[in-house]
Design a protein around this ligand. Structure first.
Ligand SMILES: NC(=O)c1ccc[n+]([C@@H]2O[C@H](COP(=O)([O-])OP(=O)(O)OC[C@H]3O[C@@H](n4cnc5c(N)ncnc54)[C@H](O)[C@@H]3O)[C@@H](O)[C@H]2O)c1
Length: 356
């Protein structure tokens, strides 16, 4: 029998989930909920057999719904997780799992003895490329892990376009990189120093570079910014990970279609190119289906605790940037031009309104 799903939030991520649920043979999307009428109309078109609603309670109160997917915005997440717990649903939550550090830890506490399955979409943990690199490191091919360098800069979501509860770019998107660096290091952050810039003289830095150490001595630098040429005629991005050991190197870059992994170890050199895999939602929902059907939590599913930690450190790094010289370059007129351009774009980086 198919797992009955209620999908809450039908924006960019909600549509990605629907596509993957429709591709899977394990699920039946019984409900889609969104507050915006235009998104509910789109849901009707894309999933005519689902009940479309603007009320989350209709979903929580239906005992036949086994799994809820929470992909509205961070301000409603904790309340929805609470309702899911009260009504006994399995949970896939988008990140962050709430809109403040305190509430995120309350979510972690609230779920610690919950007997249903729950996870959060820390999608990099489910990517083939990070898993291939980690396996290579664990084989000892690069010697001892020493330096983690991560960069993700795109002409993506500009200030004022949405995701206000998710925080500036370094928190909203950057928490994924804060998480994956910690996943590679295998221990907690120890020291850090963050440099930001208030691009377009916006009040918050939309580009940050943070470097520091982990408790085991591994050093990191993480660069994240949605400031990468939003007004360029032809847009481009720069995204990579560069991992240096005492003996070898492992790295990856991608163009959002194909990811290229280069592994330069002591006994072998491997060049792997495979489809990028997007947000790896197919993998996450397969892991959840496996958990529900077998009654045993699939170990690949990311933990809420990891999301709370990476979110907390992304906030701390942002805070640290505010304690140092924080130059302002450019002006708000340029930012308006960016918003206007992105509002008209149908194919661009991280467009929230893209109706595909
Ligand atoms: N894991 C990832 O890689 C990843 C990537 C992008 C976004 N996200 C997260 O997913 C969430 C959604 O992001 P998005 O890009 O789809 O944003 P979006 O603005 O495109 O979509 C959010 C949708 O939720 C709806 N909504 C808001 N409050 C609601 C409520 N209380 N009940 C029902 N619907 C509600 C809005 O009308 C909107 O359609 C964000 O929290 C974001 O942090 C995660």
């Amino acid at each position: 029998m198919k797992i009955k799903v209620g999908l809450i939030g039908f924006g960019r991520m909600g549509r990605f989930y629907l596509t993957e649920f429709q591709r899977s043979s394990c699920y039946d999307v019984a409900y889609i909920c969104d507050l915006k009428e235009e998104n509910r109309e789109l849901a009707h078109q894309l999933s005519p057999d689902s009940t479309i609603t603007d009320s989350v309670d209709v979903i929580f109160n239906d005992n036949s719904i086994q799994l809820v997917v929470l992909c509205a915005l961070a301000n409603s997440r904790k309340e929805q997780i609470e309702k899911a717990r009260q009504t006994g649903k399995h949970i896939i939550s988008e990140k962050p799992i709430a809109d403040s550090i305190q509430r995120e830890w309350e979510v972690v506490d609230m779920l610690h003895d919950y007997d249903k399955f729950y996870t959060v979409n820390l999608y990099l943990r489910n990517s083939w490329y990070h898993n291939a690199i980690k396996d290579f490191i664990e084989e000892g091919e690069i010697g001892e892990l020493a330096i983690l360098r991560i960069c993700h800069m795109t002409p993506g979501l500009a200030p004022g376009e949405g995701h206000e509860y998710e925080g500036p770019a370094f928190h909203d998107c950057g928490m994924h990189y804060v998480d994956i660096a910690r996943w590679y290091a295998g221990c907690e952050y120890k020291t850090w120093h963050a440099q930001g810039i208030n691009m377009w003289s916006y009040k918050d830095p939309w580009w940050i570079q943070c470097h520091g150490t982990f408790e085991n001595g591994v050093v990191f630098d993480i660069t994240q910014g949605f400031v990468y040429g939003q007004l360029a005629k032809n847009q481009i991005h720069n995204s990579y990970i560069d991992i240096i050991g005492t003996k070898g190197v492992a790295r990856m870059t991608h163009d959002f279609k194909t990811a290229k992994v280069s592994l330069h170890g002591v006994t072998k050199t491997l060049e792997i190119e495979k489809p990028f895999g997007g947000k790896n939602i197919d993998k996450l929902i397969a892991e959840m289906a496996d958990s529900i059907m077998s009654g045993k939590r699939n170990a690949g599913m990311p933990e809420m605790r990891d999301s709370a930690i990476s979110s907390e450190f992304a906030w701390r790094f942002l805070e640290d940037a505010h304690t140092h010289e924080l130059p302002a370059i450019g002006n708000l007129k340029e930012l308006n031009e960016i918003r206007e351009r992105r509002a008209k774009m149908t194919d661009g980086y991280g467009l929230l309104h893209k109706l595909d």
